[in-house]
Write a protein that binds this ligand. Sequence first.
Ligand code: UT7
Length: 335
Amino acid sequence: MNKISVGITGIGSYVPENILTNDDLSRMVDTSHEWIVSRTGIEERRIADKDQATSDLSTIAALKALEDAEMKPEDLDLIIVATATPDYMFPSTAAMVQKNIGAVKAAAFDMSVGCSGFVYGLVTGANFVQTGMYKRVMVIGAEILSSVVDWEDRNTCVLFGDGAGACILEPCDESFGILSSELGSDGVKGDVLIIPGGGSKNPASEETVKNKLHAIRMDGKEVFKFAVRVMEQSSLRVLESAGLAKEDLDFMISHQANSRIIDAAMKKLELNKDKTHVNLTKYGNTSAASVPVALDEAVKGELIKKGDNLLLIAFGAGLSWASVVLKWNKEVRNV
Ligand code: UT7
């Protein structure tokens, strides 16, 4: 069976307005602007309002993506939300978005792959289009990490922020769209990046709250080493399976966790600094939202043009990684 080519035909993103600066954090924990910038590149991050849930951020991004694609919500066949911070254990955040935007025909489900979630979702959604099962799939990466951060742990609280990004996948001209992809998992290292409480292993109790089991725990050094390794290796493998050489790559959108990790990948790919878009300075690490938010800014900022070979790559909890090479198929529309 010939696969249908699939491309991104609409994109939108949203970050909350509240800004938390490094100086604000230095009044909360023993840290400094200089330490945070030199170890991560992050200068500030966005924090959702108390009354905003992940589905609310997702809904705003989703409506922008629909407008960009000139599509009605009722035309969507499927909504996938990648998130580590869903509104509820169930129903899914995707079902909330479906309700909010009025996508009456769409199936809806969430994916839990930490920071790799959006790229995992893109590959999953693309497969539905490639096989002909669905024509119009929305993939959202969205997080309110501020709701699961331990604000007394300087090792983690300086890193994360909130946001959402959405893409619409549709069949496209066969010379464009997704060329190759790779999904990976290393469950042996699962405990180096974890929220231990609230699931079936450690159900919520006074004890779990007292022991802060509902907050992010991370061995930063282990994640860092893993990230540099998989970013370098996976990017080369997906390029090869797309039939491209390093020099054929026009632009990279990486998960926005740490500028030193992005620099290492750029070096390996021999890419100039202007061949990527870094926004972790403004937003910190927004987990599953980071790739679609950065992609949206790069597309709307005309850093990516029709015909460019583009690499999307992410890593995160699981531990997991995901990468996609695509030939960008869309003219810019600033909505
Ligand atoms: O999306 C996936 C999620 N996670 C990541 O991507 C994280 C990947 N890892 C990283 O980005 C880096 O490992 C960090 C930024 C988390 C840490 O950078 P590092 O260069 O690996 O620092 P470190 O953990 O080795 O810590 C160095 C020192 C330690 O002090 P001692 O033990 O050497 O005295 C830490 O206690 O820095 C200390 N430290 C801090 N100091 C000031 C840790 N956090 C802070 C802080 N402010 N916020």
